[in-house]
Design a protein around this ligand. Structure first.
Ligand code: NDP
Ligand code: GDP
Length: 354
């Protein structure tokens, strides 16, 4: 039976990865914040909180002593380092805390592995935010790096820290350059879940206008459950390496809004442009419960609020995951429309339970 550590086990990816590893028969040790403030709702929603092979522990990622003790006590075969302040938007509000926290955590874990358990395999959750996204090319492992946010800057540093420990100290340190991946377990501060939860509320008759920032931005959005499978495969490879995980398709925020509302049975049309752009209800789709008593055609359900614009945007973002496909046999299998449906249905079910 293998032993794995997942930092940030209570986050979106942590919960899905814990389920995957437990299903594979691992003993999983998941770290939580040291102050006991972590909400375990995602582990609850996957039915994992009381799993006999899931062990939760408080851990201070900013303390090297804590990481040394962790490796010494658990002697894990694999460490999946997922804990991070993961919001780009928040990183513009709290640049110092974001960069400092992310850098220290990766350095401490790698140093502990180097000193205590040098054969432990280490996965670093990298991000497409290390690319500049300035042109329309597909981004792969060889693309030039140019982060456009404090979050991207921090993750650029942890990418190089992992590569450096691999090259300097022979630590098995691998990086997944992860494009956006979403799920019903995504925090609502991210645009996808913000949209699906609003679509569900509006379909249920709540009077609400969804306010969004830049609708033009395109993202390569996949399903988190597919991506944690990729993380696991990255650590099963013969050699430590870097792999892009992506769907290889991009859609705009506007496209995502259309798909999400369609998943709730609501047809939309966008009108106007820039800060004046709105979306109105055009029709109710077949195959859904009758929504006409909850909302009416012509009703405004989305508007732009420039308060959600960012100081800098990473533009078009499409990942080229052909190396992962060729070397790991991994590819993203869930299409965006399916993902929207999964997320909206989960949000509707949550509202029905309330
Ligand atoms: P989440 O935000 O859902 O989860 C992050 C986890 O890290 C949470 O459990 C959070 O704890 C924990 N955490 C945050 N800050 C600290 C801290 N200072 N000390 C201890 N724990 C902390 O993110 P995801 O699961 O979506 O992402 C997992 C990893 O993948 C992250 O590193 C993220 O940056 C990276 N990534 C994610 C992408 C995505 O699209 N999802 C894309 C690219 C990279 P708490 O619950 O208590 O807040
Ligand atoms: P990110 O790619 O990690 O920053 O994930 P987000 O889900 O936070 O943002 C994805 C894109 O959606 C970004 O380019 C945002 O500018 C854009 N966006 C547009 N409106 C919103 C909004 O209301 N909230 C968020 N979070 N993003 C928005």
């Amino acid at each position: 039976m293998k032993t794995a550590v997942i930092t940030g086990v209570a986050g979106q990816d942590g919960a899905y990865l814990a389920r995957l590893l437990l299903d594979k028969g691992y003993q999983v040790h998941g770290t939580l914040r040291p102050d006991g403030s972590t909400d375990l709702w995602r582990l609850d929603s996957l039915g994992l909180r009381n799993h006999p092979h899931l062990h939760l522990l408080q851990h201070d990622l900013c303390s090297l002593a804590d990481s040394l003790a962790l490796m010494d006590r658990l002697q894990p075969q694999e460490v999946y380092h997922l804990a991070a302040q993961s919001s780009v938007a928040k990183s513009f509000e709290e640049p110092h805390a974001t960069v400092n926290g992310i850098q220290q955590a990766t350095l401490n874990l790698l140093e502990a592995i180097r000193q205590v358990t040098p054969t432990t395999r280490f996965f670093e959750a990298g991000t497409s935010e290390i690319f500049s996204h300035k042109d329309s090319a597909m981004y792969n492992e060889l693309t030039a790096l140019h982060p456009r946010s404090p979050y991207g800057l921090a993750k650029l540093s942890t990418y190089w820290t992992t590569v450096n420990y691999r090259e300097s100290f022979n630590v098995f340190g691998s990086v997944g350059i992860l494009f956006n991946h979403e799920s019903p377990l995504r925090d609502q501060r991210f645009v996808t879940r913000k949209i699906t939860s609003a679509a569900a509320c509006i379909a249920k008759g709540q009077e609400l206008v969804l306010e969004l920032g830049n609708l033009e931005v395109r993202r390569d959005w996949g399903f988190a459950a597919d991506y944690v499978e990729g993380m696991w495969r990255i650590l099963q490879a013969k050699q430590a390496d870097t792999f892009v995980l992506a769907t290889q398709n991009s859609q705009s925020v506007r496209d995502f809004v259309r798909l999400a509302f369609a998943s709730a049975g609501i047809g939309l049309a966008f009108q106007g442009c820039g800060e004046q752009e709105i979306a109105v209800v055009t029709d109710f789709l077949e195959g859904f419960p009758d929504l006409s008593s909850n909302l009416h055609t012509g009703q405004i359900v989305v508007r732009v609020n420039p308060g959600f614009y960012r100081p800098l945007e990473a533009g078009l973002a499409v990942g080229d995951a052909s190396k992962a496909k060729l070397q790991l046999g991994w590819q993203a299998t869930t299409k965006l429309q399916q993902l929207c449906q999964i997320m909206v249905e989960a949000d509707m079910a949550r509202l029905s339970r309330k």
